[in-house]
Design a protein around this ligand. Structure first.
Ligand SMILES: [Zn+2]
Length: 316
């Protein structure tokens, strides 16, 4: 069984920027159009998610933060915490729907309905920590999915691979002291690139020491450097941790045409990484693999990279 879920809700388009901004609904429209045009969409199991429940979110975020986010949207605030993180009046409910998408993908895979899932969700999540929205992220979708899997499916060891070009600082901070969730991030660094964290010596804390791993990549790095880091760092980390499920924070902004960074991956680089996580999940996790959209801001490279990602998920 190689069935692959595609999780999407049309209301993801209702989270719209009040000013010119790279994280726009067009990203998802482009992905949907492309998957329809290439015929890939017909091969996927469409899942329409519901809203995450408050209890799902509170496994990850502070109640005070959730309240602040809801009030800010109700008031009609245009930004939250950091100036780059915009809001409109729909953003709170659409953030719940985005986290609900992550849960729906996790549920479909954990229950055995499908082997793998890709969640075409927004707003993205990996910069949001327990108490702060930042970097276009409101709720940490991948963290909500991980905690859901632990609470509802009794999963004890979860491995998160974050290949968005920006460091997943929010996810790292949420699981920093937690040995049950391994966090691996490969991202551009050093440079002035956002958010500035994710150095090699950030390896976890307390009981979670040794279950955070960062692969900072110099500006200009490309497919060859990423391949080496996957083989030399990621492979042994997964083999030693023996996860029961693999989650991917799949940003596609490390592509050479993306305007937000200086990493030079091609579509073939994303194909390699996608095949790598499929193989790792097949070997160690009974195939269980859930991928969540994070960044990716140049629509042609975004859609071509998502296409390669899903071809590998389908085993084509
Ligand atoms: Zn990013």
């Amino acid at each position: 069984m190689n069935s692959v879920a595609f999780v999407y809700h049309k209301d993801y388009l209702l989270h719209t920027p009040p000013f010119d901004h790279p994280e726009s609904p067009d990203r998802l429209v482009a992905i949907l159009d492309h998957l329809a045009a290439t015929g890939l969409m017909d091969k996927l199991v469409a899942i329409t998610p519901g809203y995450a429940e408050e209890a799902d979110i509170l496994r990850v975020h502070d109640p005070s933060y959730l309240q602040k986010l809801e009030m800010a949207c109700r008031r009609g605030d245009l930004t939250l915490d950091a100036e780059d993180t915009y809001l409109n009046r729909n953003s709170y409910t659409i953030a719940l729907l985005s986290a609900g998408g992550a849960i729906a993908g996790a549920e479909a895979v954990a229950s055995g309905k499908v082997r793998r899932a890709f969640c075409a969700i927004r707003p993205p999540g990996h910069h949001a920590d327990r108490k702060t929205g930042m970097g276009f992220c409101l709720l940490n979708n991948v963290a909500v999915a991980a905690r859901y899997l632990q609470a509802r499916h009794g999963v004890s060891r979860i491995f998160i691979v974050d290949w968005d070009v920006h460091h997943g600082n929010g996810t790292q901070s949420i699981f920093l002291e937690d040995p049950s969730v391994y966090f691996f991030s490969i991202h551009e660094h050093p440079s002035f690139l956002y958010p500035g964290t994710g150095r090699r010596w950030e390896t976890g804390k307390g009981a979670g020491e040794g279950t955070t791993l960062n692969a900072p990549m110099a500006p200009g790095s490309g497919d060859a450097e990423y391949r080496l880091a996957f083989e030399q760092m990621l492979r042994p980390a997964i083999e030693a941790f023996r996860p029961e499920i693999l989650l991917v924070s799949a940003g596609f902004d490390a592509h050479q045409d993306d305007p937000l960074a200086d990493i030079q991956l091609t579509v073939e680089g994303f194909r390699f990484m996608s095949r790598f996580v499929v193989e790792m999940a097949d070997r160690h996790c009974g195939g269980r693999l859930v991928s969540l959209l994070e960044g990716g801001y140049e629509n042609r490279s975004l859609t071509a990279s998502v296409e390669a990602h899903l071809q590998e998920f389908l085993g084509e």
